[in-house]
Structures are given as C-alpha cells and as structure tokens.
Write a protein that binds this ligand. Sequence first.
Ligand SMILES: [Zn+2]
Length: 422
Amino acid sequence: MKRNWRWLGIGAAGGLAVYYLVPYLGMQLANFGVVRQSSGALPEMGLTFDDGPDPACTPAILDALRAHGAHATFFVVGERALAYPELIARIQREGHELASHGMHHRHAWLRSPWAVAADLRASVATLQRLASLRPTFFRPPHGGYTAATWWVLRRERLTAAHWSLEAHDWHREFLPEDVVERVLYHAEPGRVVVMHDGGPGGPVTAKILPQLLEELSGRGYQIKPLGQLHGLQASSPRGVLRRIWELIVDDTFDRINDVDFLTEPAYGMFRLARSRFSGPAVTLSDGRVVRPGDSVAELHVHSRRLVAAVRHNPVRAFRMVRQSITDVARMMRDNPKYRDAPLLFAVTPFHDLVDLLGFQVRDLDSRVFYLRMQAFTVYLRWLYASPASRKPTHPKMIYIERDQLLSRYLSAEVPEAVTSGN
Ligand SMILES: [Zn+2]
C-alpha cells in the first residue's frame, strides 16, 4: 500500500513537470519553438502592442504609427476586441497585423488544460469574425505556457511569439523617458519589442511612441509587423548560448575595456577602444614606429550584425562597413580619448576586402597569438553560424594610420576643432 502511494507521488510529480515545468523552461525561458527576433540582416525592428485594444491608448498609438509610416503587430485580447470592434477595424485598415493574446487575459497556469485550449480557440474565432482573418501569431497572457498551450498551438497551426526586448512600459519604477532610453539602448536590427496599448503600460507607450519612432527612424530602422520581418527566428540551443555569451562575456569585455559603441545607427558594425598594440611593429609614413605595447585604437566587430548582413547581401554589408568606419573616423577625430592614437588596428579573419577600405594587412608574427585568435575565430564563427564556418580561418592584423583614416573618410567634413572657433 505504502509503495503504491510512493509511485503515485512520483507519477504526479512527473506529470506536473511535463505539464508545467518543461513548457516553462523550454518555451517561456529558453524560447525554443517560439519566435523572438528576426535574422538581423536588415535595418528593421518589430514593435508589438499587447493587451488592447483600448479606446484611451490604441488610437494615439495608431496615430503615431501612421505619422511615421510604421506598421506593427497588435496582440489583442479577444474580449476587448469584442468590446471595441471599431478599433480592430482601424488597426486592420491601417495595415497593421492582428495577432492573438488569448480571449481573456489570464495566466495559463491558473486554468484547466481544456480552458486554456478553449480560450485560445475563442480568440482565434473572434478575430475571424471581426476581421475575417486567421492570426498567424499567438502570445500567451503573462508569457505563460503549459503543455496544453503547446498542444493547441500545434492543432491551430499558430506560431508562439515572444520578444527580444522588453520596453518595461508597465513598470512602476520606469519613467516614460526611461522606457525610451531602454528601447534605444538595446535597439538592434531584428529586435522584436514588446510594448502595451492596454493595461498600465498603455498610457506610457501612447505618450512616448512619437519620440521613439522619430529616434528609431533617425537611426535608419524600419518598423514592420512580425509577419514581414526578414527570417523570423525561434531560439536554438546555439541561440541561447549566443545570448549568454553576449550578456556575460561581451558586456564584461566592453566594461573592462571602456569600449565606445558605434552601433547606434542600424548600419553600425563597430565598437572602438583604446588598447595596447598587439601586432608586429609598424613603421608609419612619417617614420615613427609603433611597437607592440604602444597605446593605439582598436576596432571591434559586432559579429552578429556583420555575419547577418554579409549572409543576406555582401555588397550591402560592405557599404554598411564603410559607413560605419566613417563613424569610427569621426570619433577618432572628435573624441579627445583617441586624439593621440597613431593608428587604428584590429586582429580579424575578415581581411578579404579591407584594402578597398584603405587598411593594410599583416600576418601575425606570434605563433601562439595566431593560434589563440584562430581558435577564438572558429568558436565565434560557430556561435554566429557564419556560412563561411567550414572554410579555414586565418586571422591577420589590419591597420590604418590615423591621418590616412581621417583624410580618406572625413576629407569632405570640417573638423570640430576648427568650427568651434580658433
Ligand atoms: Zn498581456
């Protein structure tokens, strides 16, 4: 008898793990099988609005989107859609995408499996009735998944949609300007942002959206509905590793090395830092010699952006690189931190076309350093799934003298020192 109870206990624990824990870890946390951002190959981002429609906020949000020619995705709550069908009609008329956020805004964990399934089906039926369309995407209320959610998504052929950037517009401790700052700080090609047009986040988003759209378009981003983003992606195990790597290693590196970001514009490919020269000694055109250990400027590539851009369209990627190097040159000229850096260098496997950009290429003279960089490159290529990942990789040093960089990229511009009147 006692033994039976134990097996019952183990069975129940296993059942709960399959029903709640596996979907929670796999879908909600790791986003396996859940789309969360696009390929990042194009200068585009997805804005998504949850919890509406709401007569107090949705119209203002639609006005702002229309004023900027931007199109977004609205994850509407079915019962609210029924209450405000005229807003659903307007969202649709103005070219936005309608998606499901459930019939009632309740967490799947607090409902029976059949209620979870019925709720999702009712929301799909509501959109079919009001807008004559079958939604492609579903985002569960509070981002909560169960095995029932997974099952009904498959049955209804819906794609679960998460986000890769949370605006925190609902957060009590975030002022409206903090929300703008947060989104702009994390803006990246391919990001999907979650905001709200209903609930506590709605008024905040309605207020800041005009400014946010202005800034994003100033940086070269196009705002598109999820269904129109290039190569919408679910997480893979490699994607999870990539996120961890970027969060922990990249961030720490950037902080330790006091890195300046030049990735604000959508085309931005580089980060810049002062560092010690690691390459073989270089004789500059005025006869000065830069030796290993001398203080110089170092270029760091934003691997994810570069790989995505090259894979999509190499010619366009090359243009983006050239544009981004112009920003590097500007910072070398205008930021006092870089004024006495005699050259700009990088150690990189991407040295095929850099002579077209004015850079010189040198073999690395230290065998140990070469092998270390080679191993690192192989890892990065795997991490970012570069199409070239099977080709042998030969990291080399590339460099350009400060004066050559400035004259090549900025000759048409008036230096700041002159305009500020001496
Ligand atoms: Zn919600």
